[in-house]
Design a binder for this molecule. Structure first.
Ligand SMILES: [Zn+2]
Length: 300
């Protein structure tokens, strides 16, 4: 009797255990999808009559990705930075993702290059050291290459690019920026303008994301980072003051304690990597802020 009882008990035990493991993957995940450009900013403008501006291609693909996610991955909540042809600044996009405490951020773009033979997809991240971003980017590029039969140009970080991409840098969660192909390449231009091409690209991004959320992605800590302090003052200085005009990076004001002599501090950047912080410091010093220095920051 004992033996007969044992097997079903074990099976039930396993089933419960399986259910528990599964439920971990069914925690709600907030996904922000960001269709690049919009409104007065067309991105890469349409080249010929009948083709679309980059902003419209980005939006069409983004809405498809979101639609597939909504219908097929019930524990992922989809939010869009825009669903219509409106202009948003880069900080509007990252603020939206941070305010909504997103778990994943995907920005969708199409590429361009003066050389029309250049083609292929690229997925951009801040750093290869950001393990979750890298994993998602790798999964998307794998889908592009293997299932969508696109030419994958791989996963590219800020060091390889030689510059930062604002949206992958200023969000506090794993983030990728997908370049779905080159609009300056006639074949890819036609493909990305077609419903068929957009469906294939969107499906590949969706499948990459699905694998990412189903396989418990690695944790990515973005709470510690560096900024460069450019100025400290006893009185507030306007953020749009002409002395900051030369800086490419957005200046923020951080107010210290009332007893601090130089209470108002002005900083730029958000770098997770000391090497990149040093590059930013050099850039800022070259703009005339000789006294600038690197500050360690932490989001609480
Ligand atoms: Zn773009």
């Amino acid at each position: 009797m004992m033996k007969k009882l044992y097997l079903p008990t074990l099976l039930l035990g396993c089933l419960l255990c399986f259910t528990n493991v599964q439920s971990l993957h069914f925690q709600e995940i907030i996904l922000v999808i960001d269709p690049g450009h919009g409104g007065k900013d067309p991105g890469k403008p349409k080249a010929n009559k009948g083709t679309l501006d980059e902003k419209n291609i980005n939006l069409a693909i983004a809405l498809k990705v979101g639609g597939y996610v909504k219908s097929n991955i019930p524990n992922v909540k989809v939010l869009y930075t825009r669903t219509t042809d409106v202009y948003l600044s880069l900080s509007d996009r990252t603020d939206f993702a941070n305010r909504n405490k997103a778990d994943v951020f995907i920005s969708i773009h199409a590429n361009s290059n003066p050389k029309s033979h250049i083609q292929g997809t690229e997925t951009h991240i801040y750093s290869h050291k950001h393990t979750a971003s890298k994993q998602l980017a790798t999964l998307i590029e794998k889908e592009f290459a293997e299932k969508a039969a696109r030419k994958s140009r791989g996963v590219i970080d800020a060091t390889q690019r030689g510059h930062n991409l604002y949206v992958t840098q200023y969000v506090k969660m794993p983030s990728v920026l997908v370049e779905t192909g080159y609009l300056t390449n006639p074949q890819e231009e036609e493909y990305l303008n077609s419903e068929w091409g957009q469906v294939i690209i969107a499906s590949a991004i969706y499948r990459g994301l699905k694998t990412f959320v189903k396989t418990a992605p690695p944790k990515e800590d973005r709470s510690k980072y560096y900024k460069v302090q450019i100025l400290a003052s006893s009185k507030p200085v306007k953020i749009n003051a002409s002395q900051f005009g030369e800086l490419e990076d957005q200046v923020i004001e951080i107010t210290g304690n009332a007893q601090d002599k130089y209470r108002y501090k002005y900083m730029v950047g958000r770098e997770y990597d000391m090497e990149r912080a040093k590059i930013l410091l050099k850039k800022v010093k070259n703009k005339g802020f000789d006294g600038a220095f690197i500050v360690e920051m932490e989001d609480k």
